[in-house]
Ligand binder design. Structure first.
Ligand code: 1PR
Length: 535
């Protein structure tokens, strides 16, 4: 069981629990990993961060004898904290690839969110909670937001109301947390919910140190719009990994030396943006398409170090594809992604390889299951897979001139063209492909993408605002969240994109790197404009 500063962690090896480990260590605890069912029974306090699919998790728990030990542990009212799937598994069954039987400790069935009522699935992002009873670990959460990422949820009912300690509204009113005695579980991710999440974990780890007081009333909120800081990372000519930033994807200074623009160190900047209130941090390894990322150990180290101190979701992209190195050793895209997840990424993002996969899918009409996108989303869940689109505007006089979806644009082209289509590119914008952003977005949604990062080469680094025509087109075309990117230059650009399009998040790089607009100013402006954000 270990001493007072030890937490027993049930990690059955199905995915990334690195962020949970980092958060526990950050709070001053050591981790003892469960090896046998006895380790569960002997734990002083047990954290169970469920990851992966429900059925796979139950198989492991049943075969190892841990399911029985968990049931005994919970029935004996021992200190327990389940996270995400670690909450869902306590219920009777799940519809995820099922029905599949769960641990059966709490009455109820875990079902999928209904996306037909206009809510995007997966549910990704920050919500405030409706506290329904004294939950202890949530006592001072008030109206603060916590981070969710899931497609399945349990619902409150008369049969389980003695367990439910908070709910959240996302189309359905679903269970956000349960509490009975010393047994707690949360559907959201405290380890990814910034300071608020850390304080929830702290309350679980140090229960006696908190004076009993009346919980602050919380009110359930709408899903907050996210503000994301993006770091384009590459090796400069001196061999240092730097944060860079392009103008329309050109990252070199226009001087005689023509050096790669250097805006700072990746780990430092990520830490700064976390402290400044970024809801997520993205790293894009922008030369990953030509350099093999697993040969690029510094990038993996950047993730390792960043995830030790940054407790919001981290995304990493660049170079995720199958690869054969100089010695003829073959690496699958899944291995590349796994290495990123092990190093601390919560999501990976795929650019070029998703374009090829979508082209093939549209050509053949067949889902082979072999593309990087399909494989990674099958193993890690589609909420862990972002597709990054790098389109370029192509003006048209007549929308029927191309077989791709064209839109009427607000600002006509150089020759008065009133229409444009958005051509996808690969290799960091270097090569245009015969597919539009609209066709790509719809295809990758079907292939298993959980989110779209929508750039625009024309707007990148220009500071003139997001491409509203493009973002509206794509966010109306798909049912997964869309992150608007490229062109932010002022706080007003953020309220514009959230009022004129259905984007779920907005991403910026240059204005944050150059300290032109702090993240806090963006949030304050959005609040004033009546747009819900995490503060
Ligand atoms: O194709 O899977 O290896 O992924 C490569 C990834 O690297 C893609 O996500 C691609 O978008 C990105 N990338 C490649 N080259 C560049 C480049 O700039 N030369 N960066 C690049 C893309 C665009 C945004 C940028 C926003 C906001 N950067 O991420 O941060 O446009 O910028 P702003 O706010 O300053 O306007 P693969």
């Amino acid at each position: 069981g270990g001493g007072d500063s030890v937490v027993t962690l049930l990690d059955y090896g199905a995915g990334n629990v690195r962020s949970v480990r980092n958060a526990i260590r950050f709070l001053g605890f050591d981790i003892k990993d469960v090896q046998t069912p006895e380790d569960i029974l002997n734990a002083k306090r047990l954290i169970f961060p469920g990851v992966g699919a429900f059925a796979a998790a139950m198989d492991v728990l049943n075969q190892s004898g841990m399911a029985e030990a968990l049931c005994t542990y919970v029935q004996n009212d021992r200190p327990f904290l389940g996270i995400c799937l670690g909450l869902q598994l306590l219920f009777e069954s799940s519809e995820e690839n099922g029905p599949v039987k769960g641990l059966g400790l709490i009455p109820g069935i875990v079902g999928r969110f209904d996306s037909s009522n206009g809510f995007r699935v997966p549910h990704i992002g920050w919500n405030a909670l409706h506290i329904t009873k004294d939950s202890e670990i949530l006592d001072d959460i008030g109206n603060h937001h916590v981070y969710f990422v899931h497609s399945y949820r349990a619902m409150p009912s008369d049969d389980n109301k003695e367990w439910v300690s908070s709910t959240c509204n996302y189309g359905d009113n679903f269970i956000a947390s349960i509490r009975r005695g010393n047994v707690h579980a949360v559907q959201f991710h405290p380890e990814k919910s910034g300071d608020v999440g850390l304080s929830i974990l702290r309350r679980f780890l140090y229960p006696k140190s908190h004076m009993k007081k009346k919980p602050i009333e919380g009110k359930a909120s709408k899903l907050a719009k996210r503000v994301i800081a993006c770091l384009d990372v590459r090796t400069n000519d001196k061999g240092d990994l730097v944060v860079t930033k392009g103008d329309q994807y050109d990252v070199r200074e226009h001087t005689k030396e023509n050096e790669v623009r250097n805006l700072g160190k990746p780990v430092d900047l990520a830490g700064k943006y976390y402290k400044d209130g970024a809801d997520e941090v993205s790293f894009l390894n922008i030369t990953g398409f030509r350099d093999f990322p697993l040969g690029d150990l510094p990038m993996l180290q950047v993730l390792c170090y960043t995830s030790e101190n940054v407790f919001v979701p981290l995304t990493v992209g660049g170079g995720i594809r199958d690869f054969t190195d100089g010695n003829g050793r073959y690496y699958s895209s899944l291995e590349v992604a796994s290495e990123y997840f092990r190093s601390g990424a919560d999501k990976i993002s795929i650019g070029s390889d998703a374009v090829y996969a979508a082209e093939e899918y549209l050509r053949t009409g067949v889902k082979t299951g072999k593309s990087s996108l399909e494989q990674i989303s099958r193993v890690y869940g589609n909420q862990a897979v972002v597709v990054s689109i790098d389109p370029r505007r192509v003006y048209l006089k007549n929308p029927d001139d191309v077989k791709f979806k064209a839109v009427r644009v607000r600002n006509p082209g150089p020759n008065g063209e009133e229409y444009a289509w958005y051509q996808c590119t690969v290799n960091g914008g270097r090569e245009g492909r015969p597919i539009g952003a609209y066709e790509l977005a719809k295809a990758v949604e079907e292939l298993g993408a959980g989110e779209i990062l929508l750039n625009c080469i024309d707007c990148d680094g220009q500071g003139k605002g997001f491409d509203i025509d493009l973002i509206k087109l794509i966010s109306d075309a798909v049912n997964i969240p869309v992150i608007a990117s490229s062109g932010a230059g002022a706080v007003e650009h953020f309220s514009e994109v959230f009022t004129k399009t259905n984007a779920s998040a907005a991403l910026a790089a240059g204005i944050f790197h150059r300290n032109e607009v702090p993240i806090q100013a963006v949030k304050e402006h959005l609040l004033k404009a009546g747009i819900e954000v995490r503060t």
